[in-house]
Design a protein around this ligand. Sequence first.
Ligand code: PLP
Length: 379
Amino acid sequence: MECYLDNSATTKPCSEAVDAAMDALTNRWGNPSSLHSVGDSANDLLTECRKTAAKHLKASPDEVIFTGCGTDSNNLAIFGAVRALKRRGNRIITTDIEHPSVELPMQRLEEDGFEVVRLPVDKDGRISVTDLKNAVNKKTILISIMYVNNEVGSIQPIKAARAAVTKAASPALIHCDCVQAFGKLPVVPRQMGADLVSASGHKIHGPKGVGLLYVKKGIRILPYLLGGGQERGLRSGTEAMPNIAGFAAAMDAVGDLDQNYSHVKTLRDSLVEQLLAQNPETSVVINSGEDALPYVLNFSAPGIPSEVMRNFLSERGVYVSTGSACSKGHRSRVLEEMKIPPERIDSAVRVSFSRFNTQEEVDYTAQCVSDAIATLRKH
Ligand code: PLP
């Protein structure tokens, strides 16, 4: 049996995305900027895809900028906002557990002399609203907080950022990395109070190499990729129509968010229950908080190194990840910030679900983890 449970790393493209990408490659391969009918056909497709993305974000099509990936969206949001607002202040607020595509731009901005304040997280990987409110002042120009964490699934109180900005009379723009939330929770930038929102195609059963950045109407950010002026001048480069078409089709294919959520929650709860019931106390410890998004479950089998568990499971067709696929070889910063003891961090495994996973897969996975514990603890 094969169980792909690494959906936070990437997802298998759904048939709707594959068909749409294939159609764009085969029939609508023109350059959307070309001024003839081949170009017009590609441009019409681009317009349709932008409308689709806008529909899912409950936004206006001209607020959607297609980019090359989630990393591209995060970099554009952060560097774009800071370059536009640098005369108004020097302070940037983020958290201790951001994805590297936010954390590394923050380190670059620090090198350039900006003051970066990283909010700490509690044992469940959540920041405190009070800390957030206290951190924002008149000199704050950007707040960048992820909605859902990729390693443990913690959900941040993103709406509190808008209240903090208003109270402090700060000019700050609010950016939210929604790469792990989009297609799983409602991502409606206006309701979240966000000015800038990032999402990525390959996390929602779309193609790799495409992302989007929502940029609220009236907000000015500056581009870092300069060239032909595509995407309202914010992200130059000929639009990758097969990827964009696949992304839009994948958005439409997501279906009912609540239904998917409850299906995945049943799977997550069942896996937790089986792991805890089948193994003696302390054999398995759950690292994700109770309120985490059920799509991500992080657990440890202390004493069994993460990579040993991962390889044992992989040999049996169960694909999970150790920490995040993006931070290969390093002890997880996210788990360290959650103050999880080192021996638990070194045995942490991330299971990440999609709406396509089944109860049968969960039962098989629980059995394989128990087999791993029984086999590997003997040695
Ligand atoms: N942000 C988060 C929270 C992620 O999990 C990821 C990818 O794992 C990214 C950003 C980067 O997305 P992409 O792989 O599309 O560059």
